[in-house]
Design a protein around this ligand. Structure first.
Ligand code: CA
Length: 111
């Protein structure tokens, strides 16, 4: 009985798919005082967290054109429900921090 096992040649076709992914780079430049560390609460960017920062926030809410907060100040000031922007509650958190009613900022984060 003849062995009918003819060697088979299998050709595998390799397909290379090149997909070009479009990369989007967003660069945000923030002037930070301490190597990118956020000085939470320091809305007026004077290097201290005090009731003056709460006042700066309230003035900004009252008259944005006259009492503008710097981009860094706005970032520092968002200490109540951090991530939802500046409100009078941020000023209140800073006052509570200043009065030692709370011991850290941000007081809370946006859920
Ligand atoms: Ca300050």
């Amino acid at each position: 009985m003849a062995d009918d096992d003819t060697p088979r040649v299998t050709t595998t076709k390799a397909t290379t798919t090149t997909s070009s992914a479009k990369a989007t780079t967003t660069t945000t430049t923030v002037t930070a005082s301490e190597d990118g560390d956020i000085n939470w609460g320091d809305a007026n960017t004077d290097g201290h967290v005090s009731v003056g920062d709460a006042v700066a926030i309230l003035q900004n809410i009252g008259n944005k054109d006259k009492y503008e907060l710097s981009p860094e100040g706005k970032r520092n000031a968002d200490v109540y429900d951090n991530g939802d922007g500046i409100s009078s509650k941020d000023a209140l958190s800073i006052m509570k921090y200043d009065a030692h009613l709370i011991d850290k900022l941000p007081e809370s984060y946006k859920k």
